[in-house]
Structures are given as structure tokens and as C-alpha cells.
Ligand binder design. Sequence first.
Ligand SMILES: NC(=O)c1ccc[n+]([C@@H]2O[C@H](COP(=O)([O-])OP(=O)(O)OC[C@H]3O[C@@H](n4cnc5c(N)ncnc54)[C@H](O)[C@@H]3O)[C@@H](O)[C@H]2O)c1
Length: 269
Amino acid sequence: MRLLDHKVAIITGAAGGIGTATARLMVDRGASVVLADMNLAAAEAAALPLRRAGGAVLALYLDLADEGSIEAMVRASLAHFGSIDVLHNNAADLTPATAGRDHDIETMPTEVWDRTFHVNLRGTMLCCKHVLPHMVSRGAGSIINTASNLGMQGNLGQAAYAASKAAVIQLTRSIATSHGRRGIRCNTVSPGLVLTQAARDNLPPRLLEIVAGETLTPHLGEPLDVAHAVAFLASDEARYLTGHNLVVDGGTVAHVPGFAQFCNLFEQH
Ligand SMILES: NC(=O)c1ccc[n+]([C@@H]2O[C@H](COP(=O)([O-])OP(=O)(O)OC[C@H]3O[C@@H](n4cnc5c(N)ncnc54)[C@H](O)[C@@H]3O)[C@@H](O)[C@H]2O)c1
């Protein structure tokens, strides 16, 4: 018996990065998986090797900014697999047009704030809203929302992203509270820096060095590190776990400010 046998999972933003890694792991653990993404061609490409290896997967178009598209994605998932046991709200608008202009609030174009909240928070809320009636009718379900360590810490920029992720952490608690007695668990995963291909290609080496200096583990995070946390929260092994914010960041939010300098001061590495 595998961890996720007989479970059907929707993963949003599954066309790349953490979402694809989670889809791969969930299929490996026995789940049937919907890979839902705005980039349908990339979602299809991510699904193909999983299908060839015998996995039950379906790639679907999803635009989190459009409620009709969310409803259609949920309907199509149910029509194909017959049920939804797990919803992993992983997608976020990380495009240059949005995340690339998300500075401090004085310099950020207001439409960047609106777009960030529209996709990252409203889109996440709407996926929950349209999946919940089905989960309630079965008396079971696990929702895992993706936030970020930046939802808990101040940063020089990314003001809209950080506020949207802080709100996702709170949305999780609201759903866990309103729907727990109806058999539905809702948790957050908050990744720290994760070395997706995009992060490897775009982040300057100096930035990675700085983050590594603040990380308690000897390595930075990989997409699979987050995927394992999500698969656990999705599974029945986590049946007593709800309303939680599982931080997957190598301990960067766990330590005292100045940790990297203290390491130098006391010559600890
Ligand atoms: N990579 C990191 O370092 C890191 C750190 C903290 C949190 N996170 C969070 O983890 C999640 C995944 O991050 P990632 O690095 O794998 O990102 P990614 O950019 O590789 O994946 C995001 C996916 O979401 C999709 N998407 C964007 N807008 C959409 C929309 N409107 N509708 C539907 N799909 C849409 C994209 O097409 C993309 O496939 C995000 O929520 C991100 O905020 C990532």
C-alpha cells in the first residue's frame, strides 16, 4: 500500500517547478493527479512522462484570475476521475510583469498589488470554494495551500507577494476551522528559497550565497523537499494535522537575527 493510493489530487501551477515535482511524487505514491496550469502546453509536457510510466494524470487549463476557468477545471477533474481528495494550491503569479515589479509599496505600481492578490489569494480562495462542496459531500478532503517564508518576514521588496502569502496562511486557518468537523483538513506549506530551474537560471550566485548563510541545513531546498511535505499533508498519516503552517525552509525563519554574522564571529560553519 502506497501513501496516496486511491487518492485524486488537483495541483495548480503544476507545469513546472515545485508543482511538477509534487505531481511526480504524488503519482509515485499512488495518486491520480490533475496538473492544472495557465500554461497548458507545459502542463501536458509535465504530464506526458508520468502517463508513459503508467500514472493516471490529466493536464487541464486553469487561469486563477478567472472564476469560470476554476469552476471548469474542477468540473473536468470530477468528470475524469470521479472525486477529489486533495487540492494543492501551488500556483502563484511569479511573472516578470507582476513579481518583477513588486517592490516596496511606494514604488510598486498599484496594479501589481491588485494582480498579485487576484491570483495568489483570490485564486487560491476560489479553488477552495469550488472544491469544498464536493469534499463536504464525501465528508473528507485535504487542502494544502502554498505560502512562503516571506509571508512571515519583512523584506526590502515583494510587499504584495508577502502580504498575499500572509493572507494565504490565515485563509488556511479559516478553512480548517469552518470545515474541520466536516472531515476536511486544511494546511499551509511555506517554502523558503527553493532551487527550481527558474531559480537556478535567474538568481544571482551572491544572493544564493547570502541565503545559504542564513540556512541551518547544509544545503538549499529542492522542489522535492516541498513535494514531500505536501504529500505527507495530503495523506491520511496527517489526519490529526490541520490549520498548520509547515515551514519548509531549512530553518531560515527559526533562528535569531544575525545568525550568519554570529557564525563568522564565533568561527562556526
Ligand atoms: N521557488 C521558490 O523559491 C519559492 C519560495 C517560496 C514559495 N514559493 C511558492 O511555491 C509555489 C510554486 O513556486 P515555483 O517556484 O515552483 O513557481 P513556478 O513559477 O515554477 O510555478 C508557478 C506555476 O503557476 C502557474 N501560474 C501562474 N499564474 C497562474 C494563473 N493565473 N493561473 C494558473 N496558473 C498560473 C505558472 O504557469 C507556473 O507553472 C508558488 O506559490 C510560490 O509562491 C516558491
